[in-house]
Design a binder for this molecule. Structure first.
Ligand code: OFO
Length: 170
C-alpha cells in the first residue's frame, strides 16, 4: 500500500511526465513545418510518445499499489522556437529538471522506507541518465554544426540512430 506522501510525489511525477510529452509534442509540431528536417520531427514525436509511456507506467504502478493515479490538467507548452539549437537546449534543460524530480522521489521512497517504490524508480533513474546523455550529445553536435547546411543535413539523417551507452555517444 502506498503512503500518502509517496502517492502525492508519484502523482506529481505523473503530471511532469504528461507535461514532458506535451512539451516534446509542441517541438514536434513546430519541427514538422520547418523544411527538410523530417527525422528531427520524428525524433520529437518519438520523445513525446516515450514520455506518455513513462506517465502510463506510473499510473499503472500507483493504481496497482492501492493508490489513485490522478490524470493532471496541463498547461500549454512553448509552441515555437527561434532555432533548432534553442529547441534542443530546451530539451536538455527539461531532461535535467525531470532527473532532479526523479531524484527527489527516490529520496522520499527511502525516507518513507517504501522499498517497492524505490525499486520501481530505479528504471526511471537509468532512463534519465540515458536521456540526459542523448540530449547532451545532440546539443554538442548542433553546436559544432552551427548554421552549416550540410552539417544539419547529416544531423537530420542520423538523429534517429544516435544512441548513448554509459553516457557515451555511439
Ligand atoms: Fe520521462 O523520461 Fe525523460 O523526461
Amino acid at each position: 500500500m502506498l503512503g500518502k506522501r509517496m502517492q502525492e510525489a508519484l502523482n506529481e511525477q505523473i503530471r511532469i511526465e504528461a507535461e514532458s510529452s506535451q512539451v516534446y509534442l509542441a517541438m514536434a509540431s513546430w519541427a514538422e513545418i520547418q523544411p527538410g528536417i523530417n527525422n528531427i520531427t520524428a525524433f520529437f514525436y518519438r520523445q513525446s510518445d516515450e514520455e506518455r509511456e513513462h506517465m502510463l507506467k506510473l499510473i499503472h504502478f500507483v493504481n496497482d499499489r492501492g493508490g489513485f493515479a490522478v490524470v493532471p490538467p496541463l498547461e500549454q507548452p512553448v509552441l515555437t522556437f527561434p532555432s533548432l539549437q534553442h529547441a534542443f537546449k530546451q530539451l536538455l534543460e527539461h531532461e535535467i529538471f525531470v532527473s532532479e524530480s526523479i531524484n527527489k522521489m527516490v529520496d522520499i521512497a527511502l525516507q518513507e522506507k517504501d522499498y517497492a517504490t524505490h525499486n520501481f524508480l530505479q528504471w526511471y533513474v537509468a532512463e534519465q541518465i540515458e536521456e540526459e546523455a542523448l540530449a547532451r550529445t545532440l546539443n554538442d553536435k548542433l553546436e559544432m554544426i552551427g548554421n552549416e547546411k550540410s552539417g544539419l543535413y547529416l544531423f537530420d539523417k542520423d538523429i534517429l540512430t544516435v544512441t548513448v551507452i554509459d553516457g557515451n555517444a555511439e
